[in-house]
Design a protein around this ligand. Structure first.
Ligand SMILES: [Fe+2]
Ligand SMILES: [Fe+2]
Length: 258
């Protein structure tokens, strides 16, 4: 039995862009069991832009599960943004999870926006000024919420959904100087502490598609500018013990406007 997961991030919708994904999205019910959105759904996080997201991704005929990104926080309208998405039937995760009954088994999705901080040997540390301690505390608290959510789900297949990257592999192509603002190793540790089959993230527009955590979990950067299609589809096979990402990027319609 196979669970089919469509995913995209960083669609950055506003009135100028809304509608461009919809033709490919209309094909989803025959292609995937669920659509995951990896944050940066809007340009500046306004309620009006969130209503564009709701129009684009609402009523698709498959469950849609999202996390927010940093852009979705820009205008300090997170409650309104979440409200607009949820009105359209989109589930927004932040430190929690959901289990879906799919034809191929029970799919658990745990999600959190995540935060920056950097990776092994090149990361921010909980030392010095209060501002730096607050920064690192935001990182660790976010990763702790992901860890708890992942371990709370009773399912056959477990997927971690974040905006920030859990590994540096999928940042390849970005300037090294900004890696600490693109993700953190603590998210990778959270993913490795649970029987995660697949980790999906966005945020790194100039990064690369494939990576792996230190514990061997496959990581995929599904930022739209990276995948260059409306969505990618991932196929997860039989049981957590043998979970395989057997095909990547097989779905979606090529968009000329990435
Ligand atoms: Fe983005
Ligand atoms: Fe982002």
């Amino acid at each position: 039995m196979v669970i089919r997961i469509a995913a995209v991030g960083d669609v950055h919708l506003d009135e100028d862009v809304v509608g461009r994904f919809r033709p490919a999205l209309e094909e989803l019910p025959g292609r995937a069991d669920v659509l995951l959105l990896a944050g940066d759904l809007t340009r500046h996080g306004t309620e009006a832009e969130a209503r564009c997201v709701a129009r684009e991704f609402g009523g698709l005929g498959v469950p849609v599960i999202a996390v927010l990104g940093n852009h979705d926080h820009q205008c300090d309208q997170v409650p309104q943004v979440v409200g607009a998405l949820e009105e359209a039937g989109i589930t927004v995760l932040e430190g929690d999870g959901v289990v879906l009954d799919c034809a191929g088994g029970r799919l658990g999705v745990a999600g959190v926006k995540g935060f920056g901080g950097g990776f092994a040997g090149r990361c921010a540390s909980d030392f010095g000024e209060p501002e730096m301690k607050a920064f690192v505390r935001t990182t660790t608290e976010s990763a702790d919420r992901l860890s708890a959510a992942l371990r709370s789900l009773d399912c056959d297949m477990l997927v971690a959904l974040t905006h920030y990257a859990p590994v540096p592999d999928t940042l390849a192509g970005e300037p090294l100087e900004i890696y600490p603002f693109l993700g953190c190793y603590q998210l990778g540790q959270a993913i490795d502490a649970a029987p995660t089959a697949l980790a999906l993230h966005g945020h790194a527009h100039h990064g690369s598609e494939r990576g792996v955590t230190p514990g061997g979990v496959r990581v995929r950067n599904v930022a739209h500018p990276v995948i260059k299609q409306a969505y990618s589809i991932f196929y997860l096979g039989d049981h957590l013990d043998q979970a395989q990402v057997s095909s990547v990027g097989a779905g979606g319609t090529q968009q000329p406007w990435s």
